[in-house]
Design a protein around this ligand. Structure first.
Ligand code: NAD
Ligand code: MG
Length: 399
């Protein structure tokens, strides 16, 4: 029996998945990769299987799973290939897996991430959409099954690092926290004249000034819907009401977030914008690991700037705040409409500025309700996707 820590990576072919494998590869004595998963990217998952020799590989697409199985058999590799969401849920709960990196993008990550929590794993949470959609259910599953939830999102990982251990059982007030300050760079369009925003292209929206990420989160960073989702994420992770969370624009992305205390102290976590730092932190916690990230050189940074967000430029922020205040399934509806809108923008069907309109009009038409069960969330998710899709079909350019 190996004494190395078994890891499953949900979404191993994505930006976070690849960074996770990079960190793991630096510490072969300590970790072993038990399972890798992807949607339908056969070539990359095949190559990852050759390099990292997992016991399991999952392709959500059944046809892709069959092809991967065939290629691995021909290559003489003993990897068990599973298919579908059931395959994802199964590897997230394997007895040989101690930590699950939840790095699928979007609502597709909800069920497997929940399966990891229900199996009592250490959940390394990158998939913020799962928590936005199902916050109360997800946090209850973590508590009931004694899972460990460690944030990978750089802001939340920073906040976690700036909180004392007593916070976990006692809450923010008991440890003297006044506010959580979430930083955000303002993305590629922070200074773009407002009248040019309607014409920006997907390539421009995905060219983030500081971070290299998947396309969906890159567009979310441009609209700052990402920061809105992160405020909701912080609400659930840290038990903070909206009034206790403040968004601060910080274009250099050096301070990843801060915690302000009652005595006037502010603790910040700094580092180069490299996701391998929070990934290594969460993999090793409460210890520390070399991540491969370059060390910060203050002389080179020279200056750090801060400003308040401009809600005219970033109206999606307001939608997210309103959804959090409305509660129930409103954040799930917001998230699902946003996923449809971002995909339509990336596909050239709608303009960048339509993303806000799609989400706003979907929130007006689909009314949230209390989160009584997972079925309620999935039902409202489906409704929101249908309504947002109708908007795109009616107003989109349909290329
Ligand atoms: P990505 O698009 O690069 O990768 C997504 C991964 O999910 C891929 O492995 C893909 O195969 C898989 N996937 C896509 N659709 C799927 C589906 N329907 N079913 C199963 N698997 C599917 O995304 P990313 O940038 O790595 O982001 C992953 C998550 O991490 C997102 O929730 C994002 O918000 C969060 N996150 C990312 C970063 C970053 O720097 N990239 C930072 C903070 C948080
Ligand atoms: Mg983030």
């Amino acid at each position: 029996m190996s004494r190395r820590i078994g890891i499953a990576i949900l979404g191993s072919t994505g930006s976070i998945g690849v960074s996770t494998l990079d960190v793991l590869q630096r510490h072969p004595q300590r970790f072993r990769v038990v399972a890798l998963t992807a949607h339908r990217d056969i070539e990359n998952l095949f190559q990852q299987c050759l390099t990292h020799e997992p016991e399991y590989a999952v392709m959500v697409d059944p046809g892709a799973a069959e092809q991967l199985r065939h290629r691995l058999r021909v290559a003489g590799r003993p990897v068990e290939v599973l298919a579908g969401v059931e395959g994802l849920e199964r590897v997230a709960a394997l007895p040989g897996v101690a930590s699950v990196m939840a790095a699928i993008v979007g609502a597709a990550g909800l069920l497997p991430t929940l399966a990891a929590a229900r199996a009592g794993k250490r959940v390394l949470l990158a998939n913020k959409e799962a928590l936005v959609m199902a916050g109360p259910l997800f946090m209850a599953a973590v508590r009931e099954h004694d899972a460990e939830l460690l944030p990978i999102d750089s802001e939340h990982n920073a906040v976690f690092q700036c909180l004392p251990p007593a916070f976990a059982s006692a809450g923010l007030d008991a440890v003297g926290v006044r506010r959580i300050l979430l930083t955000g760079s303002g993305g590629p369009f922070r200074l773009t004249p407002l009248d040019q925003l309607a014409d920006v292209t997907p390539a421009q929206a995905c060219a983030h000034p500081n971070w290299e990420m998947g396309r969906k989160i890159s567009v979310d960073s441009a609209t700052m819907m990402n920061k809105g989702l992160e405020v909701i994420e912080a609400h659930w992770l840290f038990g903070a009401p909206l009034e206790q969370i403040q968004v601060v624009i910080h274009p250099q992305s050096v301070i990843h977030s801060m915690v302000e205390y009652q005595d006037g102290s502010i603790l910040a976590q700094l580092g180069n914008p490299d996701m391998r730092t929070p990934i290594a932190h969460a993999l090793a916690w409460p210890q520390r690991l070399a991540s491969g990230s370059a060390f910060l050189d203050f002389a080179q940074i020279a200056k750090l700037e801060f400003m308040t967000p401009d809600f005219t430029r970033f109206p999606c922020l307001n939608l997210a705040f309103a959804a959090l205040e409305a509660g129930g399934t409103a954040p799930a509806i917001l998230n699902s409409a946003n996923e449809i809108a971002v995909q339509a923008f990336l596909d050239g069907q709608i303009r960048y500025t339509d993303i806000y309109t799609v989400v706003q009009s979907t929130l007006e038409r689909v009314h949230g309700r209390p989160v009584a069960s997972l079925a309620v969330i999935l039902d409202d998710d489906a409704q929101a996707r249908a309504v947002a899709g109708e908007w795109v079909a009616m107003h989109g350019r349909g290329i």
